[in-house]
Design a protein around this ligand. Structure first.
Ligand SMILES: *[C@@H]1O[C@H](CO)[C@@H](O)[C@H](O)[C@H]1NC(C)=O
Ligand SMILES: *[C@@H]1O[C@H](CO)[C@@H](O)[C@H](O)[C@H]1NC(C)=O
Ligand SMILES: *[C@@H]1O[C@H](CO)[C@@H](O)[C@H](O)[C@H]1NC(C)=O
Ligand SMILES: *[C@@H]1O[C@H](CO)[C@@H](O)[C@H](O)[C@H]1NC(C)=O
Ligand SMILES: *[C@@H]1O[C@H](CO)[C@@H](O)[C@H](O)[C@H]1NC(C)=O
Ligand SMILES: *[C@@H]1O[C@H](CO)[C@@H](O)[C@H](O)[C@H]1NC(C)=O
Ligand SMILES: *[C@@H]1O[C@H](CO)[C@@H](O)[C@H](O)[C@H]1NC(C)=O
Ligand SMILES: *[C@@H]1O[C@H](CO)[C@@H](O)[C@H](O)[C@H]1NC(C)=O
Ligand SMILES: *[C@@H]1O[C@H](CO)[C@@H](O)[C@H](O)[C@H]1NC(C)=O
Ligand SMILES: *[C@@H]1O[C@H](CO)[C@@H](O)[C@H](O)[C@H]1NC(C)=O
Ligand SMILES: *[C@@H]1O[C@H](CO)[C@@H](O)[C@H](O)[C@H]1NC(C)=O
Length: 674
């Protein structure tokens, strides 16, 4: 048996459970909008794909935008781009107005603006593609008192024109803010109009109205973006905002087809999106429901987290929201069930009975486990225990809301710790193996066996277990106030923990360790003593936890045991590191470091500190040697009454860190002194 025990110790791998590490990295989602390595904005305007500014960055020439060097404004041909919308598949531009002006000295000057191909250097097909004047968002206007104007364009490759006329003799009837026919005339734009040109003309060269209206104007303008007034007759902006609808595709590909041919070579849409035929020809892509982003990019559509954004309907009482790719679903809070009406209600009490029986069986299993050390040593027999005491862990699944991410209170090398709510309203901590392999199951069994030996106020209590074949679970009392590490190294340090509390926590922890070393039978070496393994309960009473790495010292073996070195950097006994000989004095060393943490409020290892101060142990010892103790102590904990006490505790910490294990005091002495 001695031999087998030895073998098993060597098999145990290094694992440290950092109960303090709770990862709550709430990823900030940023949606890619342009192709990789492509500039995605110009002059503060986002340029999303299929638009782009360089060769290879746009879908084809008709989506080519240039970023004007001198004004750093995005230009589409000769018009300024104000906004490109992927969801609305439209683009806001500032386009020139057409005007026909007669200066006061009466020299006729005609202006004619054509938004046709010749105005755009980027390619001959620009306006013949699926860029249409938005009929819903624009109007055609003519301004002047001696004015007629045309809007010419094409629809389905057939040309047509529409017009507007306004004649008046003075401005007295002009209604400010309303383009109602006097001095200003407006008309709706037909659907699907493209390749347009604008014309503005006068009947009488403005000869009768020159004093207040020298020009005729015509333009397309976004609804509500232009307020006509008396002033407009004198002076009008050179450019007006308008909206174009766009779609992808061209005459040979995709024209007139109701649905997109998903498998064609030029299929424009990326993952998790759908393709729709535009009523004016061409197609556009849309992210599927529950996704958002740029559907023209391969992975542009990304899942919306409805639970985080609150646009979910899991709002009734005791209901929680769980995000899913493309959707979400509602679950009941722990301890509640859906009833037939879909409301979350408290479950019947027979679950509580089942759970109690379950835990009862578990505890018996535990006793059997622990009474036979031989069983856990032997792999085959281990499997047999697991089978014999196979325990459905359905209840625990419910208690943790099916291992809800939100209930995770800690993660470590071999387990995730969840907060769980038993039906009788008791709160427990449930440790669940993360990745299941044999060595981890052994760690769990090890912890189970170790903890089942212990009953001490300052050691976290094991309430039960579940040895389901796949995922073993350990159920502990819930210790609400986090770890000592969090308590003393809290970022904000809102209130400094007073020395009396620190001393009490140190004493309680020392008592727990002393109990493990001397009163437990067989004695137990914790092997991973550190501030993040000391939990604090509601009254900040210390509870030593995490026995995953602990070793039972067989009664016939009072000397050191050879093991694979494990522990946490910063707390690790250098002697043990060199010799691999585990003794209870290794725990004493680690406890000494915890004492120093309590004294100084500094972390055991911190790479933020200068090199010589990185290891708290070395830094503390050198400060003590140079009589600079009071410089390294946590600010504000020292006062006249406790100076002597602080010195003594510092001395004790120093003795705990002596190089040779045999020179260190044992835990019992440490606890007594404290
Ligand atoms: C913009 O600047 C680049 C280099 O600075 C130059 O090559 C390019 O011709 C310029 N474009 C325009 C439209 O001036
Ligand atoms: C661009 O258009 C989108 C959608 O129409 C709108 O939400 C956004 O505010 C606009 N951005 C600017 C700068 O006008
Ligand atoms: C654009 O319109 C102008 C003015 O009517 C005309 O001279 C030119 O030929 C047109 N260009 C094209 C390509 O239609
Ligand atoms: C665009 O309009 C001009 C006249 O303004 C016309 O000559 C030309 O054929 C049109 N092009 C297309 C592709 O419709
Ligand atoms: C559009 O009309 C012009 C002449 O009106 C014709 O040459 C051309 O082929 C037509 N294009 C399409 C796509 O029907
Ligand atoms: C219309 O607005 C102009 C200034 O834009 C103002 O001078 C004029 O008095 C206004 N007319 C009426 C009738 O409100
Ligand atoms: C037009 O007038 C309305 C009401 O007077 C005002 O709310 C709006 O901002 C004005 N729009 C512009 C573009 O000036
Ligand atoms: C139509 O578009 C596709 C992809 O954008 C392109 O490969 C093809 O050459 C285009 N055809 C014409 C006639 O422009
Ligand atoms: C519509 O798509 C089908 C294939 O999906 C293709 O055979 C057909 O030619 C397309 N029609 C037009 C008008 O492009
Ligand atoms: C759709 O999105 C999910 C994640 O939300 C992703 O796993 C999947 O690969 C995406 N599908 C495609 C075809 O990109
Ligand atoms: C919540 O929304 C989902 C779909 O979004 C629907 O199936 C379900 O019935 C809704 N539940 C309630 C309570 O409205």
């Amino acid at each position: 048996m001695g031999f087998r025990f030895h073998k098993m110790l060597l098999q145990v791998t290094w694992v440290g459970v950092l109960l303090s590490v709770t990862t709550s990295a709430s990823a900030v989602l940023s949606y890619p909008s342009a192709l990789p390595n492509c500039q995605n904005s110009c002059g503060g305007v986002e340029i999303p794909y299929p638009f782009g500014m360089n060769q290879g960055c746009y879908l084809d020439e008709s989506f080519s935008i240039t970023c004007d060097n001198s004004t750093s404004k995005p230009m589409y041909g000769n018009v300024i781009v104000k906004n490109i919308s992927i969801e609305e598949h439209n683009i806001e531009i500032l386009a020139y107005t057409a005007k026909d002006c007669y200066p006061i000295y009466n020299l006729p000057f005609k202006n004619y603006v054509a938004l046709n191909n010749s105005n755009y250097p980027t390619g001959p097909t620009l306006w013949s593609r699926y860029f249409t004047i938005s009929d819903t968002q624009n109007v055609f206007m003519a301004v002047g008192c001696d004015t007629y104007a045309y809007l010419n364009g094409f629809k389905n490759n057939h040309s047509f024109s529409l017009g507007c006329t306004s004649v008046c003799v003075d401005a007295s009837n002009v209604v400010n803010g309303s383009c109602s026919g006097i001095g200003c005339c407006q008309t709706e734009i037909p659907e699907g109009m493209k390749n347009i040109s604008l014309e503005a003309h006068s009947f009488n060269d403005h000869s009768k109205v020159l004093n207040f209206n020298p020009c005729s104007y015509s333009f397309i303008v976004q609804k509500d973006k232009f307020n006509f007034s008396v002033d407009s007759l004198q002076n009008l902006p050179e450019k007006m905002p308008m909206v174009l609808d766009w779609a992808v595709g061209n005459e040979t590909w995709a024209a007139g087809n109701e649905t997109c041919a998903v498998n064609t070579k030029n299929y424009p849409c990326g993952g998790n999106s759908t393709c729709k035929g535009s009523k004016n020809g061409g197609y556009f892509c849309l992210c599927m429901d529950g996704y958002r982003g740029n559907p023209y990019l391969k992975d542009g559509c990304q899942d919306i987290d409805e639970c985080k954004e609150g646009n979910n309907n899991c709002t009734s009482k005791n209901t929680n929201c769980v995000n899913d790719p493309g959707s979400y679903y509602c679950v009941c809070s722990v301890g509640y069930h859906f009833d037939d009406g879909g409301a979350c209600v408290h479950p019947s009490s027979n679950l509580a009975i089942k759970l109690t029986i379950g835990i009862g069986i578990c505890i018996i299993a535990m006793l059997v486990c622990s009474s036979s050390l031989y069983l856990i040593v032997n792999q085959r027999k281990l499997m047999r225990i697991k089978q014999r005491f196979f325990q459905q862990n359905e209840e625990l699944e419910k208690a943790t809301n099916n291992y809800d991410e939100n209930l995770i209170i800690g993660r470590g090398g071999f387990g995730t710790v969840y907060k769980g709510f038993l039906p009788d309203d008791r709160i427990v901590a449930i440790k669940k193996s993360k990745i299941v392999d044999e060595s981890q199951i052994e760690q769990f069994i090890n912890e189970l066996v170790v903890l089942s030996q212990i009953n001490h106020t300052n050691v976290v209590k094991l309430l039960g277990c579940s040895l389901e074949t796949q995922v073993p679970l350990l159920v502990y009392e819930f210790v609400p106030n986090g770890t000592l590490f969090e308590y003393i190294h809290h970022e904000s340090k809102v209130s400094i923990v007073p020395w009396e509390t620190r001393l009490r926590i140190a004493t309680e922890s020392a008592e727990a360790l002393s109990y493990l070393h001397s009163s437990a039978s067989p004695p137990i070496i914790h092997r991973d003593v550190k501030s993040s393994n000391i939990l604090l309960d509601g009254k900040h009473i210390a509870k030593v936890s995490d026995f995953g790495a602990s070793r039972l010292v067989p009664l016939d073996q009072t000397q050191a045991i050879a093991t694979m070195v494990q522990g946490t950097f910063g707390y690790l006994d250098p002697e043990y590191l060199h010799t691999s000989q585990l003794t209870e004095k290794s725990d004493v060393y680690s406890f000494g470091v915890v004492l120093m943490e309590l004294l100084t409020g500094k972390k055991a290892i911190s790479f933020d500190r200068p090199e010589e101060e990185r290891s708290l142990a070395l830094y503390f010892l050198s400060s003590l040697k140079e009589n600079r103790l009071f410089e390294v102590l946590e600010k504000n904990i020292a006062n006249e009454e406790n100076a002597e006490q602080l010195k003594e505790v510092s001395n004790l910490a120093m003795r705990c860190l002596r190089l040779k294990g045999e020179d260190r005091p044992n835990m019992k002495e440490v606890a007594m002194e404290l």
